[in-house]
Design a binder for this molecule. Structure first.
Ligand SMILES: [Zn+2]
Length: 441
């Protein structure tokens, strides 16, 4: 394999971190221009699609030589989330410092290292005059962290032909969950914000007797929703149960539907983080997060509400969520509740891509080339990524990169002291390069 130019990739990554494309407002055009400059130095032309002032998306393409299937590096986003506790960072959050084998800074992990690795892999393939059977597309986008209105969603809505692709790879995959078992996210849950409102009699709080109290109804509703047993499925746990490297009994508990509640109960004691993950992967969840009631202590409020962060499995929709909320509330409260979608909340359906495809086989072969004896563990992710727009546009999407064995990423995304291992940047560049050759060569 050719020289991976790791120093140059790191320099690009540092530049992307230092551009501070914090969303909102994003200002992603800055990083899009950095990438344009990086590519043009290598004689690669690209198209920039400006979606708003200072915001834009970039497409570069190596044309397919035959009518083979196409592949996309991306959609990969250059925006990052804001810094909440700057004092708790051990290095300035936008320094992009290279220290102890890591590049530090906001966005280093989510997901600028993948952007840099994909740009570099694309550039190397271009330099080698790689002739893919179908198009190889590099798609770098804005606005993923706030829903894609100026990024991937905008591209799919306004330039669907540019985003048309058979298979796309984006954040994140290739993490070792047990020896030589690498995760492959192939599905993701949907998200919707719902508000439950109860009306009641307002009046002076000195005479609560006999009043139809909205706060009382709301309290009961919240308790009922939290106690409600949502139907569950082991569909998204099967692969994981095999891949976790757990013993036979635990594996059986996780993959047999009737035994799952018991398995979660046991896990809750020994590994509560894993229990929480498996719980979320097996059902639609309703989390009551924000409550609103009166404004003044001596006034009974005429209305009270609770906001629910609802995460749906791919085959379930808003009606499914509503049906179960009403069931949870019971007849009396169900008659009184008003359920609305929260304005400006994310409203996305879950989505998934098939596993028995030539592309997934190419991913397996790529991993095996880089990590001998490795195998994939398909998983559903509980957060939304831009891959949902690719799926909506008719393509398949998978989380794909390659982390250095043992790299702990569990607490990095959107957190303080975000960092990425230089070895991981190198491995991911290599993985992108090899996958393109494997699938398009
Ligand atoms: Zn991300």
């Amino acid at each position: 394999m050719t020289n991976l130019n790791i120093d140059e990739t790191i320099t690009l990554l540092q530049e992307l971190i230092r551009n501070e494309c914090v969303n909102p407002p994003g200002n992603e055009l800055l990083s899009i221009k950095s990438i344009e400059k990086f590519l043009s130095k290598k004689g690669i032309s690209c198209k920039i699609f400006q979606s708003s002032e200072n915001r834009g998306n970039l497409i570069a393409r190596i044309k397919g030589s035959a009518n083979g299937p196409s592949m996309m590096f991306g959609p990969s986003h250059v925006d990052v989330v804001p810094i909440e506790k700057p004092d708790e960072w051990i290095i300035p959050p936008f320094s992009g410092e290279n220290k102890d084998g890591f590049i530090w800074g906001r966005g280093s992990f989510d997901m600028l290292f993948m952007v840099a690795a994909q740009c570099q892999a694309f550039a190397i393939l271009h330099k080698e005059k790689f002739k893919p059977k179908g198009d190889l597309i590099l798609a770098i986008v804005a606005d993923e962290e706030v829903g894609g209105k100026y990024g991937c969603k905008w591209m799919v809505d306004n330039h669907p032909e540019e985003m048309k692709v058979d298979n796309a790879v984006s954040e994140f995959g290739g993490l070792e969950i047990s020896e030589n078992k690498l995760i492959l996210p192939y599905a993701e849950k949907g998200v919707i914000g719902l508000r439950l409102t109860f009306k009641g009699q307002s009046g002076h709080a000195s005479m609560p007797y006999g009043k139809d109290n909205s706060v009382e109804k709301l309290s009961e509703a919240i308790i009922r929703i939290n106690k409600y047993k949502m139907p569950y499925t082991t569909k998204y746990l099967k692969h994981l149960a095999k891949g976790l490297g757990v013993g036979f009994i635990q594996r059986m508990l996780l993959s047999r539907k009737l035994l799952l509640p018991l398995a979660l109960k046991i896990l809750q004691k020994t590994n509560p983080v894993m229990a929480g993950k498996l719980h979320s992967m097996s059902r639609t969840t309703l989390a009551t997060t924000i409550i609103r009631g009166g404004q003044k202590i001596n006034v009974l409020p005429g209305s009270s509400s609770v906001d629910i962060d609802c995460r749906l499995l791919p085959e379930q929709d808003l009606n499914y969520a509503k049906k179960h909320i009403l069931k949870a509330l019971g007849k009396k409260l169900a008659k009184e509740v008003e359920i609305t979608i929260i304005e400006d909340s994310l409203d996305v359906a879950g989505s998934e891509s098939p596993l028995d495809t030539e592309f997934v086989n190419a991913i397996k072969r790529t991993f095996q080339k880089l990590i001998p004896n490795s195998s994939i563990v398909p998983v559903i992710s509980y957060g939304a990524t831009d891959l949902r727009f690719i799926r909506r546009n008719g393509g398949n999407g998978y989380g794909f990169c390659l982390f250095e064995s043992g790299e702990d990423i569990s607490d990095l995304a959107h957190n303080i002291n975000e960092k990425i291992g230089i070895k991981t940047v190198e491995l991911t560049t290599k993985a992108m390069y090899e996958l393109a050759k494997e699938y398009l060569g």
